[in-house]
Design a protein around this ligand. Structure first.
Ligand code: FES
Ligand code: FE2
Length: 390
């Protein structure tokens, strides 16, 4: 089925629920052990078995538009260097020199023809090949062709770049993406523009991420900012471990289906397992906020990178609107979601409560926590089958 047809079906499905005054609910309330949010052993398992084995959405294609554009970052303590080669292909490497392991490029971005190590100037090209050894005649024989940068499995789809931090992973990106990428492709992110970015500190990554999968809190916690008139009922569409959150758009009911705009059809929140949320907005021209969540230094800490991405470069007026909206989103997430989450984290760490509850109306949390458990429990060689069956 083509992606637009799927999006139309979702919108139609949403409208049928709106007409009935009902919405889909899970069979039962779901419990997650409270210790999952603070236990050190559990947290290490999540890092080793989820973050180090699942594809992570580390960049937007628009950050690496031209050959030679690169981005260096540290993702769950792994130094990563991504670069678009002359052939147009994005590659990711462990950002580590093959001589003695120095970090090649400091975190940041730019355009480079070559990457030269700050320690002894070994040099690599955009495809990670070792092309220069300083004072080579003194160093001794070395086969350059076996000493390129260590490449990480990478996949560019829908204007988004996924990287697996484990260099020898055999996980199949298609199985992991479960068809979700074809829907995301409808945004056309490859041609969008990164307008601004900031980093926020939050509670345990799952406390933070739970909030991206729940509309139940929107009219309550966010009533003073944007939530007062928003629905609290989410309709979820899972694709493998990824979930789109929607709610009915009554304006669509007044139009013929072939007049439903792609923009409307893509509304809502698109979560990308295990750590990203893409939320659609209208202000200042068409824009989305891509939030990338990472575990912090301890179980009770996380880091969120908020990326404000626009369909077209803004004019003056749109720029001001986008700035105002991005500033508002800082307040919403920092002072409402994460302030609540940081206090919630401390409360849970008293150990006074055995489980947290996800209601029949909070199916996003049911599926997310089930997927995290399932992945933790699956050995490397069985991961592909997990997604096939998922
Ligand atoms: S560690 Fe990079 S050149 Fe020596
Ligand atoms: Fe929220």
């Amino acid at each position: 089925m083509n992606a637009r047809t799927t999006l139309v079906e979702m919108a139609r499905h949403n409208l049928s629920y709106a007409a009935s005054g009902e919405f889909p609910r899970e069979d039962d309330i779901f419990r997650v052990p409270a210790s999952n949010y603070y236990d050190e052993g559990r947290w290490k398992l999540e890092i080793d078995r989820v973050f180090k084995r699942m594809p992570l959405l580390l960049a937007l294609s628009c950050e690496l538009k031209a050959p030679g554009d690169y981005k260096a970052m540290t993702a769950v303590d792994v130094p990563v260097l991504m670069c678009r080669g002359k052939d147009g292909k994005v590659r990711a490497f462990v950002n580590m020199c093959r001589h003695r392991g120095a970090v090649l490029m400091p975190d940041g971005s730019g355009n480079a023809n070559r990457f030269s190590c700050p320690y002894h100037a070994w040099t690599y090209d955009q495809a990670g090949a070792l092309v220069g050894v300083y004072a080579a005649e003194d160093f001794g024989d070395i086969d350059k062709s076996c000493n390129g940068l260590v490449e990480l499995p990478t996949c560019e789809r829908a204007g988004l770049i996924w990287v697996i931090l484990k260099h020898d992973s055999t996980l199949d990106f298609d199985r992991f993406l479960s068809g979700y990428d074809a829907l995301l492709e409808q945004f056309g992110f490859a041609d969008w523009t990164l307008f601004d970015r900031r980093t926020l500190e939050g509670p345990n990554w799952k406390i933070a991420y739970d909030g991206y999968m729940d509309l139940y809190h929107i009219p309550i916690l966010h009533r003073a900012t944007f939530g007062a008139d928003m629905p609290n009922r989410a309709i979820y569409y899972p694709f493998g471990p990824h979930q789109r959150l929607t709610f009915p758009d009554p304006s669509l009911a007044e139009k013929a289906e072939d007049e439903w705009s792609t923009t409307h059809l893509l509304d809502g929140v698109w979560t990308v397992f295990p750590h990203v949320s893409i939320a659609s907005f209208g202000g200042g021209g068409r824009s989305v906020m891509v939030s990338q969540l990472f575990p912090g230094k301890r179980p009770e800490e996380s880091i969120t990178v908020q990326n404000y991405v626009m369909q077209t470069p803004p004019n003056e007026e749109q720029r001001a609107e986008a700035q105002a909206q991005f500033a508002m989103l800082e307040v919403v997430v920092r002072d409402e979601d994460y302030a609540t989450g940081i206090a919630q984290q401390k409360a849970l760490m008293t150990g006074a409560m055995p489980d947290v509850l996800f209601g029949r109306n909070e199916g996003g949390g049911h599926r997310f926590h089930t997927w995290v458990d399932r992945i933790i429990d699956t050995d490397d060689e069985d991961l592909n089958a997990l997604f096939e069956s998922g």
